[in-house]
Ligand binder design. Sequence first.
Ligand SMILES: [Zn+2]
Length: 410
Amino acid sequence: MIIRARVVVTMHEAPIENGAVAVSGKRIVDVGRFDDVKRHNAGNIVDLGEQALLPGLLNAHCHLDYTCLRGKIPPQKSFTDWIGAINAEKSELSPKDYVASINDGFAEAKRFGTTAIANLTGFPELISQVQSPIRTCWFAELIDIRTPERANELVDSAIESLGSARPKLVLSEAKGGAPWGLAPHALFTASKDLCRLCEEIAQEEHIPLTTHLAESREEMEMFRDASGPLYDFMKNIGRPMDDCGNETPLALFLGAAGGRALSHWIVAHLNELTEPDFNLLEQSNSKFHIVHCPRSHNYFGHSPFAFDRLRSLGFNVCLGTDSLASNESLSLFAEMRAFQKEFPSVSAAEILKLVTVNPARALRQENELGKICPGTRADLLSVPSNSSDLLEEIIASIEEPWMMIAGQVQ
Ligand SMILES: [Zn+2]
């Protein structure tokens, strides 16, 4: 099949006017000027007309478990209050509700042009009941705060559930491209042993890891100062607090990771960083990946995200939507627009990378997803395009895009 559009945005070279992409099976086999692609390839021609064709978008951080909580939790006074509020909502939900919530989330993410997603679930045992319509890297979210002695058991049963999932669409057939990962929830809910265990497995299995780090002021206060609402909350539920009162969340994370396997980690948030933290990041010879969730960030009113500094230190920054318990939709276009408002000096080309090539790299799929070139997966979308300000127009797009996933028009 040959797909022609007014312009093809490949994400690895300049946009191609009057461009086309040739697709064979599940992969892209050619891309270039329409005339050239037509000359070198056979197959039906689908002319999308006045559209910009680009790679499908990748959401680097999401919790589809909580799609059903959209609009249920108004912004709270503190992050700790929000944890209380979401726990209260969660206590009302059954496994059936979660399955419906995850399915609704997939449908919505897809409607907004997302073709691959890093999805954390607190219920890996439900994965086998879900048919994901888009490429999914399932992360089992692990919390052992009440049962630190059972970290091994928790990880084993999560891996069993992840392994028994039969995804229709795998993230990658490439060697080493596992479609799953592990997510020790955060430093305040996952024990050191649990994190260490996940790291060992990541190194053996070549899987990605993800966690929430330095998200809120309360988390900084808890670890650095041994005080504040999150400290009190965690102490009350019986968490051992002996790691509090000295180091920042980042310093603790780098200490726990021991500098061994940082490139496996996709770190969500990283809003709260001190000057000594920036020194640590600068000295760190292995760089992890970072996910910023602009609209969830606004909802919580976190400290400003240090995009420019983190990028100039060599960190791979991606965007995510987080869950609908702190966001209003699963649209990465809306996320790009919120980012643009937050960082008006960042170019549109750079912003598009945050939802294409950068998350593909974080998920170790840089040769498979996030760009249009021969050999990559045929995951594409197109949006109306008729102005000269091409990339700005893409980011501003509010229409549901035309889409192809794994060579199939959706
Ligand atoms: Zn999250």
